[in-house]
Design a protein around this ligand. Structure first.
Ligand SMILES: [Zn+2]
Ligand SMILES: [Zn+2]
Length: 528
């Protein structure tokens, strides 16, 4: 028997069907209700998975099944990361040791998604690799730096890529490939940590949804501690299958919800805030779900394979950027035929070998990739030769999103790096056009606190080295970028002293105290 989906079929129709007689207020509440029920189901499935994973880990099941590392096992068999499995097991282990909390959880009193939700960084990771002319390395560095400045924090290359892809995709003209506004953008205001829920629609019902666990999952963790790893593997795969069905429904509803910006109707300032507060879903996960959902309109077979659990999350995301109407069947088949590791290599190969005029198909099954003829992609670009490479590692959904963005900016017949360059230039122009990026002092100081050893990029202030109260002037040499803490508590709080001419001749003292030498003295970042 086909396991049931909880969402009424009428709601799971293509989004166009919503256009007539679409009342935003009603739709927001209806979709919100279903999304919360799905989130609640998902939470319960994760709890079951966590218990099974706990039993599996206790026995070091991966070894018995022939995998050296938990992560290899998890991504190959479940499409998850080892870390996610580990954190689910830990959370459930703790919860089971606290009967009252567990009872509350079982009764559905916990809020949707909150309990066994694990961090964003738990997603399986993938590698992004692109051959390009050397001159693009500097552009990449600049745009990554710009992303850090925008975010006010030290992003990794992978995190910067996520922001770049979101910005780039949001700019694509609306069409079948339309994307919702970026769920997370470095330009977005930082949430106030003490803000309460009263900031959102006042009459919103915040009580938890006690949605039942899917039938086929309900019994599945019974006696988990007495099962061998082979049986646990089978059961974990069943749970993951059920979770993918829930994800699929969530993706479809979220697409409508976010496309129509229904979070605004409910007075949430951003889609990301709605997702986190209301559903306990990270913006990244939601974006990937919606991306997969979008792709299924062009390539329904991909969505069906994911919905039916035939293609895991990690496999579906791996083929997402390359699957087109004509090639989706081949990629879905390939996703079942080879390991995740091989699938990722094949996607990377196919992207590099693409000629732009024909859809990107998988290489022949079992082919030795390095023996396949390489197309001369750069012939048309004149003398430029891809003699350098960009490599970074990021969550698999980020790599999928970034590749999708690069492809969206590459014209037919262009080398892939041309799309990469256009994407970067577009994002660079967008971000540099934002007013907060025109400050000459912050720009000179690289948009971060100039106090030695400080890595803060957030809440930057413009400080006068010679205080204005003591006759300091407004010239650039008397002004320097520092973070709020260093400004208010450090310099004006007497713990830090600075004098000289900005930017290159500033002497700093940290740990200033009366009557004794300061802890350290530096000129720039050099101890003196
Ligand atoms: Zn000051
Ligand atoms: Zn600082």
């Amino acid at each position: 028997m086909e396991p049931a989906e909880i969402i009424p079929p009428a709601l799971l129709v293509p989004p166009d069907a919503y256009s007539r007689g679409f009342h935003h207020d009603d739709a927001a509440l209806v979709l919100d209700g279903w999304l919360r029920r799905l989130a609640s189901q998902q939470t319960r499935c994760r709890a079951v998975l966590g218990r099974l994973a706990g039993a599996f880990l206790k026995r070091r099941g991966q070894h018995e099944l022939g995998f050296s590392r938990l992560d290899d096992y998890a991504r190959e068999r479940l499409g998850l990361s080892g870390r996610e499995l580990q954190s689910l097991a830990t959370v459930m282990g703790r919860l089971d040791g606290l009967p009252a909390l567990r009872a509350a959880f079982e009764a559905g009193l916990r809020e949707a998604g909150r309990t066994p939700d694990t961090g964003d960084e738990d997603e399986p990771r993938a590698r992004f690799h692109l051959r390009c002319p050397r001159r693009l390395l500097a552009l990449w560095r600049d745009v990554v730096e710009l992303a850090r400045r925008m975010a006010g924090t030290e992003l990794t290359q992978g995190q910067a890529a996520e922001a770049i892809a979101a910005e780039g995709l949001s700019a694509q003209p609306s069409s079948e490939e339309a994307w919702p506004e970026p769920l997370w953008s470095p330009a977005a205001p930082i949430a106030d940590p003490v803000e309460t829920r009263s900031a959102f629609a006042e009459d919103l019902d915040w009580s938890a949804v006690a949605e039942a666990i899917p039938d086929e999952v309900a019994w599945i963790d019974r006696g988990a501690n007495h099962l061998d790893p082979f049986a646990l593997d089978g059961r974990m795969r069943r749970v993951v299958q059920a979770m993918q069905r829930i994800d699929w429904q969530t993706g479809r509803l979220l697409r409508v919800f976010l496309d129509r910006r229904l979070h605004r109707v409910m007075q949430f300032p951003s889609g990301a805030r709605y997702l986190r507060e209301r559903l306990g879903i990270s913006a990244r996960k939601a974006r990937a779900l919606v991306a997969l959902e979008r792709k299924t309109w062009e390539a329904p077979i991909l969505g069906e394979a994911y919905r039916a659990g035939e293609l895991s999350w990690v496999r579906a995301l791996a083929v997402l950027p390359v699957a087109r109407e004509q090639t989706a069947a081949a990629w879905v088949a390939r996703g079942r035929e080879v390991t995740v590791r091989r699938l990722m290599d094949e996607v990377e190969w196919a992207l590099a070998a693409r000629d732009g005029s024909s859809p990107i198909a998988p290489p022949p099954l079992g082919a030795t990739l390095r023996d396949l003829p390489e197309r001369q992609m750069c012939a048309r670009e004149g003398s430029e030769y891809p003699d350098a490479e960009i490599v970074f590692s990021a969550p698999v959904s980020v790599v999928a999103l970034f590749r999708t963005a690069v492809l969206a900016f590459a014209g037919p017949g262009d080398a892939l790096w041309t799309g990469f360059e256009r994407l970067l230039r577009h994002v660079q122009a967008e971000w540099e056009a934002q007013p907060r990026h025109r400050d000459p002092i912050f720009a000179r100081d690289g948009w971060r606190c100039a106090v030695p050893a400080c890595r803060s990029r957030r809440n930057l202030h413009d400080h006068h080295l010679l205080f204005r109260s003591r006759g300091g002037n407004n010239g650039h040499a008397n002004r320097i970028t520092i973070c709020a803490w260093h400004h208010l508590r450090g310099l004006h709080g007497g713990r830090v002293r600075a004098w000289g001419a900005a930017p290159d001749d500033v002497t700093w003292e940290l740990g200033v105290r009366s009557g004794r030498a300061p802890l350290v003295r530096l000129r720039g970042d050099t101890y003196v």
